[in-house]
Design a protein around this ligand. Sequence first.
Ligand code: GLN
Length: 489
Amino acid sequence: MTSSHPWSLTISQAHHLLANKQLSAIELTKSVLERIKHTDSKLKSFITVTEEYALQSAAKADSMISNGEQTMLTGIPFQAKDNICTNSIATTCASKMLENFVPNYDATAVTKLKSKGAVLLGKGNLDEFAMGSSTENSVFFPTKNPHDLNTVPGGSSGGPAASVSAEQCLFSIGSDTGGSVRQPASFCGVVGLKPTYGRVSRYGLVAFASSLDQIGPLTKNVQDTAFVLEAIAGKDPKDSTSNAEDVPAYSDYLDGNVKGIKIGVPKEYFIDGMESDVANTIRTSIKTMEELGAEISEVSLPHTSHALAVYYIIAPAEASSNLSRYDGVKFGYSDLDSTDVWDALEKTRQHGFGPEVKRRILLGTYALSSGYYDAYYLKAQQVRSLIRQDFVKVFNDVDIVIAPSTPTVAFPLGDKISDPVQMYLNDIFTIPANIAGIPAISIPAGLIKNMPIGMQLMGPHHSEKTLLRVAYAYEQASNHGFLKPSIQE
Ligand code: GLN
């Protein structure tokens, strides 16, 4: 055993203690479960805790270790966002519609983690069907930000970000359709990566907007993100959009060296209306990169200002189609108090979905309806190409671009929930990467009045190696690293 609490370890620290038999997977899992018990009544980051299952998996991990079959993730306790299917464990999407849905299969990302011996602890809270930026759209309860319990953790992966931040798990996996891994990572002071579209299989991720959805890790540091990505990335015959490109050993590229790397600063990401403290913090981070030997230059992504509008047409359009499967017949909630099949369908959807999900379905159906399709959906697809082209052009000149992850730090609970447009504006810096399908990582850049803020690195398709390398070099050079909250047990 170690003198400090095992729950406070990073993946690599825990891995070494497990390898040297100074800690067992059971001890580590028990410690993390205790931490959850002591903190989650305040935080509410878990929808389900699978204590018994976690202890069984930890026992299996201990035998893997004794048999010489240890991988980097063997015995490492993790959480999965509750829109990622887990065999025999409820997967609710924080919606009444799926409140009692228990899948009989695992998402590929979960299968891969389990095969490496990682220990599933339970399921993380989210905005209903991953639609939102504060986790207040969960039908169950809002999650709190561990840095200040009166503020939101961000969303939609608010449960995952809050639980990594409060050290209730060593890592979590979330989903990012328009920023849902990076925005909460920024608000909670942890690392969050949205991989290249197709890098991680979407099989078993409950579909929101299929051309944008991607699963990604949330961790305490950059090295841990590399370890998790290595484990979950790769071609999957069950997801035709998954990419066949080889999965490199991402962690091998973390050498702290960024000399000669060309980093572009897009001027459209430093805009009027963003908090000056945020811009200043990111500018300080850029200076740190420059001191490390990176070559910094200003670049332009001229169509950035349209990204939000494009996203809020394409994502709802795809959502309206994906969510048509919830008809009360095949699976999920069903309103039986009805006179005929149409009445049942109407009531099921009326009572099964919350207000934000209904808003998206209405927006999407409208944008796709005949007569409006050309004006909205088609136009949005055309502008999507222009946004993609912006990135292609910029990456002819620079290796990666750097920007804030979010325009503000975490805001108070209740502040934006009644104003959808204010809520949508949170995603302004994260959405372009989803639209272009490129990878992007948010890493802690510092604190503003005691609240974390993230900086974002974006690169061309399959540039995760470079992103992680630069992020790691910055993390080593900056004087903060993981921004531990002061949440008490
Ligand atoms: N906040 C964005 C939305 O509400 C992004 C959500 C996501 O990435 N899942 O759609």
